[in-house]
Design a binder for this molecule. Structure first.
Ligand code: PAF
Length: 292
């Protein structure tokens, strides 16, 4: 496993990999790796010749400066972990490699970035779309892996991949959860012991609504209310939003039809903002299509 810091070196390796007709998978991360990331790495490993994990704490996607400063960074620990997973390259550039002096080009995905997380975190998706574009252009992966927990990020990246014509297949891996059901997230480490225990109310609420859906409830307002009521029963938790939306466009839905939809929520627990979602009408995934 080689750790690459320079963008030029990454360019020349990816050029060679393309010449050699290798299937390249990229798992983009901001480090501070947990079992959710490792699941992406495991899945990616099975579907490519060469596996590249990027570790870059992307400043342009943080709208809160102190959030960026607080973000945990430990490349040595992350690299030791990835070495166990048969990763070929870690791409871990400095900020100046990605955003050199004078940098002034940003990628703005319209529509899917405007609601949910986009409404609460202005500029966040511009930063995500910009860095993912730079990573895709540098690594030129055949496949790139993302987690379903960040459902809006997935929708944004699928949109930009299509719009900018990247030949990269976006593979979405189901959310990895604690035993309690709480979705794994780097932010969970910021919760107190009590908040951590109570945070499973988020998935309990989403699952309650999904059960109602399975029993025939199609009215989005009622499904939303089920989630709100359950979470409101937990005094430590404060709902930011609950929404029933189309899985791809993220447009709100009034009645759920046959298309894939999400019930998505953001909840603040003791100052920590957590997001999660469940999929309604999930279509079967044909994994055989994901490998070249
Ligand atoms: O999901 C993340 O960790 C980040 O948003 C990503 C995709 C690596 C871009 O910085």
């Amino acid at each position: 496993m080689e750790i690459i810091n320079r963008r030029q070196r990454m360019f020349s390796i990816s050029r060679k990999l393309r010449r050699d007709a290798k299937t390249v998978a990229l798992v983009p991360t901001m480090g501070s790796l947990h079992a959710g990331h490792l699941k992406l790495v495991e899945e990616a490993r099975q579907r490519c010749d060469i596996l590249i994990v990027s570790i870059f704490v992307n400043p342009t996607q943080f709208n809160d400066k102190s959030d960026l400063e607080k973000y945990p960074r430990d490349l040595t620990f992350d690299a030791a972990l990835l070495a166990e997973y048969d990763v070929d390259y870690i791409f871990a550039p400095d900020v100046e490699e990605i955003y050199p002096t004078g940098f002034s080009t940003y990628v703005n995905v319209e529509g899917v970035t405007e609601m949910l997380e986009g409404a609460s975190r202005p500029g966040h998706f511009r930063g995500v779309a910009t860095v993912v574009t730079i990573l895709f252009n540098t690594v030129r992966p055949n496949l790139a892996f993302f987690g379903q927990k960040d459902a809006q990020q997935v929708a944004v990246i699928k949109r930009l991949t299509l719009d900018l014509g990247f030949e990269t297949e976006i593979v979405v891996i189901p959310t990895v959860r604690q035993k309690s059901g709480l979705a794994l997230s780097s932010r969970n480490t910021l919760l107190s012991e009590e908040e951590f225990q109570k945070a499973s109310v988020i998935i309990d609420a989403l699952r309650e609504a999904k059960i109602a859906f399975k029993k025939g409830e199609r009215n989005a307002a009622i499904l939303t209310e089920i989630v709100r009521n359950r979470i409101s029963g937990e005094p430590l938790a404060k709902v930011d939003y609950v929404a029933v939306v189309d899985r791809e466009t993220l447009q709100p839905i009034e009645r759920v039809g046959d298309e894939e939809a999400l019930i998505a929520t953001a909840v603040v627990l003791g100052g920590v903002r957590l997001i999660d979602n469940v999929i309604l009408n999930r279509k079967a995934v044909d994994w055989s299509q994901s490998c070249i």
